[in-house]
Design a protein around this ligand. Structure first.
Ligand code: FMN
Length: 214
């Protein structure tokens, strides 16, 4: 039990919750402004913070998760191309065919990818590291497409010679803390023999098959 606990919170129900903080706690709207409910909310928040993983440990863990490198693209209302480097791209569902990726709430690209908008995904190849760095710049620094070889495909900015390409419709936004998870319904997909670009432990790499044991 932590010190400095408000006396108003020492009811048996909350004493139980101390061993299982935040679990099984329900409140209705009329409870919210009640002093006891406010106290309970503060208790739960305190317990939640104590349970939270150390930020550096979390960042270190996730840096070791090998990720694909993509450039997600959109066409703005002004017909200009937009794109950002994204490694959170993942397969979500086979039936229906869905993929997902997460964008920082501050991402400029997010403005062009609202539900109902079309989106392109260029899965970068191992030789496209420079593109990954170029599209990781902020949008305000001018068009990221200046000096880049690109075409329009299905009305979306496409980077040729990538390892793969898919395009689809943004189906919905899902709250993901400081990011927004975008769920995309896939409309077209193409793979090429180009080896993929990967990102792990803060460096770019590629996938190498292990030798088959004899
Ligand atoms: C390898 C790599 C992977 C990245 N993955 C993501 C990601 O999954 N989501 C995200 O929001 N930003 C990601 N970023 C950062 C964005 O590319 C960067 O913040 C960019 O400036 C955003 O541009 P925008 O504001 O035009 O959208 C990644 C950057 C790199 C270099």
């Amino acid at each position: 039990m932590h010190s400095g606990r408000p006396t108003a919170c020492t009811d048996p129900e909350l004493a139980d919750q101390e061993t299982t903080p935040g679990i099984g706690v329900h409140c209705v709207l009329s409870d919210v402004f009640h002093p006891e409910a406010l106290c309970r909310a503060a208790e739960i928040e305190h317990a939640r913070r104590q349970l939270m993983i150390d930020r550096d440990a979390f960042v270190e863990l996730m840096s070791g998760v090998c990720a694909p490198v993509t450039v997600i693209t959109a066409t703005g209302a002004d017909r200009r191309p937009h794109g950002s480097t994204v490694s959170s791209f993942a397969s979500l569902s086979l039936d229906p065919p869905l993929v997902s990726f997460a964008l920082d709430r501050a991402s400029g690209l997010l403005n062009h990818l609202q539900p109902g908008d079309r989106v392109g995904v260029n899965i970068l190849g191992a030789h496209q590291r420079a593109l990954a760095s170029a599209f990781a710049r902020r949008s305000q620094e001018g068009s990221k497409f200046d000096g880049v070889a690109w075409t329009r495909r299905a009305g979306l900015p496409h980077l040729p010679e990538s390892a793969g390409w898919t395009a689809g419709l943004v189906q919905r936004h899902v709250d993901g803390g400081d990011h927004i998870l975008l769920v995309v319904c896939v409309e077209e997909a193409e793979t090429t023999p180009v080896p993929p670009l990967t990102y792990a432990r803060r460096v770019f790499g590629t996938h190498t098959p292990l030798a088959v044991a004899s």
